[in-house]
Design a protein around this ligand. Structure first.
Ligand SMILES: Nc1ncnc2c1ncn2[C@@H]1O[C@H](COP(=O)(O)OP(=O)(O)OP(=O)(O)O)[C@@H](O)[C@H]1O
Ligand SMILES: O=P(O)(O)OC[C@H]1O[C@H](OP(=O)(O)OP(=O)(O)O)[C@H](O)[C@@H]1O
Ligand SMILES: [Mg+2]
Length: 281
């Protein structure tokens, strides 16, 4: 049985469970269920705190896990990124009162509050800055107002939380993060791990691509193929109409309307776009 760790709470939890559902794995019935045995797919799903997932996977207790890239770095656990999953995107940044500091080099000797002490500590060491790291569990943005820290280092997505407490980011982003699939560093892949990767890749492709079908005059097929090259070349079939062919190709979901416009311009007819429900490429 493949043992997979899934975030049980927080920003990644719902999207991770949706992705696994679309990949055909069993769902848990309610949020109090911490282990789900999915015998049809020969796997067990363990619902754990995202922060702990890299630790379990790094120890080799679990074969695979979904967590944030920032959390993997922060843990220092011997686990490695296998693939990005395209959700839970965030940046990890310094923030303080407007205009107080302009970069990490201004922070020498100061106090920085964070719930990512490992990640921040490594960054400060890389930058040769000696500052005091104040480790908090969450809501770190309030630490400045309460006089516990001079700056914070935290996850920023929309920036709403910072704005609400009157703080501004400064300096370069410390890290860019998104949800990732991890396994134990250097360990051989467990049975079923490749199948999990293929299924997750299938979900990502099904989300990012649509299928386009259209009819075009045979003499314009080269122009049409340049617009819709497909993954490995489009399918071109004869049409029951002299001088015409039917074309089928995958195109990126983003921009598919422009592709339809371009096809229309070169005389394509009956242009249909349909969603891809599932795929293996
Ligand atoms: N607002 C957000 N938008 C997108 N991703 C986020 C957001 N907040 C956190 N993340 C990402 O989600 C992952 C887990 O963060 P999350 O907030 O769920 O954990 P946590 O802060 O340890 O837990 P909790 O908030 O329950 O104490 C991290 O990789 C982080 O980058
Ligand atoms: O830029 P924004 O879109 O506002 O998102 C960023 C906020 O989201 C996370 O908080 P979370 O809800 O996880 O609470 P926490 O601070 O207790 O972890 C993160 O720690 C920031 O506070
Ligand atoms: Mg959080």
């Amino acid at each position: 049985m493949l043992r997979i760790a899934v975030p049980n709470k927080g920003a990644l939890s719902e999207a991770a469970q949706t992705m696994l559902k679309e990949a055909g794995y069993r769902q848990r019935r309610d949020s109090k269920e911490l282990v789900v045995v999915d015998s049809e797919n020969s796997c067990e799903l363990f619902f754990l705190r995202p922060r702990d997932i890299a630790v379990y996977v790094g120890e080799g207790t679990l074969d695979a896990g979904i967590t944030g890239r920032d959390m993997l770095f922060d843990s220092g656990a011997p686990a490695e990124e296998v693939m990005p999953l395209g959700f839970g995107r965030s940046t990890f940044r310094f923030a303080s009162t407007a205009g107080a500091y302009s970069g990490v080099s201004d922070l020498s000797g100061l106090r920085i509050a964070t719930s990512y002490a490992g990640l921040l500590g490594k960054h400060l060491a890389d930058q040769g800055v000696d500052a005091r790291v104040i480790k908090l569990d969450g809501a770190v943005e309030t630490a400045i107002r309460l006089g516990v820290a001079d700056a914070v280092a935290d996850v920023v997505e929309t920036g709403t939380t910072l704005r609400n407490v009157g703080l501004e980011v400064f300096g370069e982003p410390i890290a860019h993060s998104e949800a990732i699939l991890i396994k134990r560093a250097g360990a051989p892949e467990a049975n079923g791990f490749q199948q999990l990767i293929r299924r997750l890749q299938g979900v990502i492709v099904a989300r990012d691509f649509v299928m386009i079908d259209y009819d075009i005059r045979a003499e314009r097929i080269d122009e049409a193929i340049a617009i819709t090259p497909g993954m490995e070349g489009p399918t071109v079939s004869p049409l029951h109409r002299e001088g015409w062919v039917a074309v089928r190709a995958m195109v990126p979901r983003k921009g598919h309307q422009q592709v339809m416009d371009q096809l229309w311009e070169i005389g394509a007819k009956a242009i249909l776009v349909t969603a891809i429900f599932a795929c293996r490429l």
